[in-house]
Write a protein that binds this ligand. Structure first.
Ligand SMILES: Cc1cc2nc3c(=O)[nH]c(=O)nc-3n(C[C@H](O)[C@H](O)[C@H](O)COP(=O)(O)OP(=O)(O)OC[C@H]3O[C@@H](n4cnc5c(N)ncnc54)[C@H](O)[C@@H]3O)c2cc1C
Length: 429
């Protein structure tokens, strides 16, 4: 029987962990499952972060990988039927992006709605499923200092002097990827997008009768102001807290330490948010900002559009290849990357590996499938950056008229992705 493929993944974030699961799930029955070692730089996978929205296509893939059952078993997240859009100053709802589908049960077949979930809870559920697979190991606290590639394989050298070798290396090490910067395309560095996400969680206030105070939104609201968008959303089953995320234009700070210092001053961030979203018609907005705990300032960095994704034996997946500002589907895009990439590798194992065809053929097939989708998502993310930028009153009025039209115009395109099942689509390979 053919020897198992040896794969190294750098990065134990969403992309690294779900790509390991996908490679296992889609490994052809005619071959032994690949041996996968994930090296994470941190002492343990970071379960920090805000609440992300998993769109129907993302949930479909998590169901396929066995992770959605785990999320449901742990009662993580809160179902999201629609993201509603409100004008901060009138309090009026102007539009929504819906996941209800024609009969209210969701989109696609089988139907899924969406789920707002803390990044950390999603990651924990993926890790629980990963631990059930003997062919995958996760090793933390490893810093890569060198990557060497030959016709026979890839070797990575760690700061502690250790080395590891494999048939291929997958860089899932995020926006500041060492795989990219040490090996694939060192000149492609991250650039500040001009916007920050200040986020935290506000415990929900109760009325005089002891019940939670009502909210203007069903699950998730984007509250549009002149100087940014404030996301208010439920993120857990008990609805006892509201995730608050303020996307806003913030001037660049030159150094990493400078960003750290700005982030550490939570009260300054809160003051900035109060000033920006002041004048909201709905008093809940100001309450949420005042009540938010552990405010975190997340400067959004981005890579240039395009770029190189692979060498002969090393490939980039997720943010390491195409980090972009949030555009509503970022996490789902990363799951899709992992699944489509794994299917291409499986196809190569079936048709080319034993005949000595280089694995680059699978990398190229993946890139042909993925480029257009990623380029479009990148363009959408640039529209989000423009929408977040500071505007005058007239600019805000125009925005409030354009948003419903934009959501209507792009509805078909979005739904096409929500329905799409990349576990079965034609690979053209
Ligand atoms: C701690 C953290 C918090 C985040 N919070 C948010 C948030 O609130 N909202 C949001 O929209 N996005 C957030 N993100 C980004 C979001 O997770 C990603 O944009 C998206 O999920 C794509 O995932 P990824 O796995 O490609 O990248 P990431 O999620 O960034 O994961 C990359 C992983 O690789 C690890 N790593 C980095 N360098 C190396 C290296 N040299 N060797 C080995 N491992 C390495 C990192 O520690 C991390 O675990 C966060 C990312 C991190 C790491």
């Amino acid at each position: 029987m053919t020897q198992p493929l040896n794969i190294i993944i750098l990065g134990g974030g969403i992309a690294g962990l779900t790509t390991a699961l996908s490679l296992t799930k889609f490994s052809p029955p005619s071959h032994p499952p690949p041996n996968i070692t994930i090296f994470e730089i941190r002492p343990e996978p970071a379960t920090l972060g805000g609440a992300v929205n998993l769109t129907p296509n993302a949930l479909r893939l998590l169901a396929h990988l066995g992770v959605l059952d785990e999320i449901r078993a742990q009662n993580h997240g809160h179902e999201c039927l629609a993201v509603e859009v409100f004008d901060l100053y009138s309090g009026a709802k102007v539009a929504e992006s819906s996941f209800r589908g024609a009969d209210g049960k969701g989109v696609g077949d089988p139907a899924f709605t969406a789920l707002r979930i803390c990044r950390g809870d999603a990651l924990k559920s993926v890790i629980s499923v990963l631990e059930r697979h003997d062919n995958i190991s996760l090793i933390c606290g490893k810093k890569t200092v060198e990557i060497r590639e030959t016709g026979q394989g890839v070797t990575i050298c760690f700061a502690d002097g250790a080395q590891a070798s494999a048939d291929m290396l997958i860089g899932c090490d995020g926006i500041h990827s060492a795989t990219r910067l040490l090996h694939v395309e060192p000149e492609r560095t991250a650039v500040y997008s001009g916007i920050c996400n200040a986020f935290g969680f506000a415990p929900r206030r109760r009325g005089e009768n002891g019940d939670f105070a009502l909210t203007h939104f069903e699950t998730s609201a984007l509250n549009f102001g002149r100087r940014g968008i404030l996301l208010t959303s439920f993120h857990n089953a008990t609805q006892d807290s509201i995730y608050v995320g303020a996307l806003m234009q913030v001037p660049e700070i030159a150094s990493r330490d400078g960003w750290k210092a700005a982030g550490a001053d939570a009260e300054k961030t809160r003051g900035d948010m109060l000033e920006r979203y002041g004048g909201a018609a709905n008093p809940l907005i100001e309450q949420c900002i005042r009540d938010t705990r552990d405010l975190f300032l997340w400067p959004v960095f981005t890579l240039s559009k395009g770029g190189k994704w692979a060498t002969e034996r090393v490939v980039l997946i997720g943010d390491s290849a195409h980090a972009m500002p949030p555009q509503g589907e970022s996490t789902g895009i990363v799951f899709e990357d992992g699944v489509l990439f794994s299917r291409c590798v499986a196809r190569w194992m079936e048709k080319g590996r034993d005949a000595g065809v280089p694995v680059k053929e699978a990398f190229d097939a993946y890139e042909r499938l993925r480029r257009a989708r990623i380029d479009t998502a990148f363009d959408e993310s640039q529209s989000v950056v423009k929408t977040v930028q500071d505007a005058g009153w007239l600019g805000h009025k125009i925005k409030m008229n354009v948003v419903p039209w934009y959501l209507w115009w792009t509805k078909g395109y979005r739904e096409q992705h929500f329905v799409e099942d990349v576990t079965t689509c034609d690979l053209g390979y």
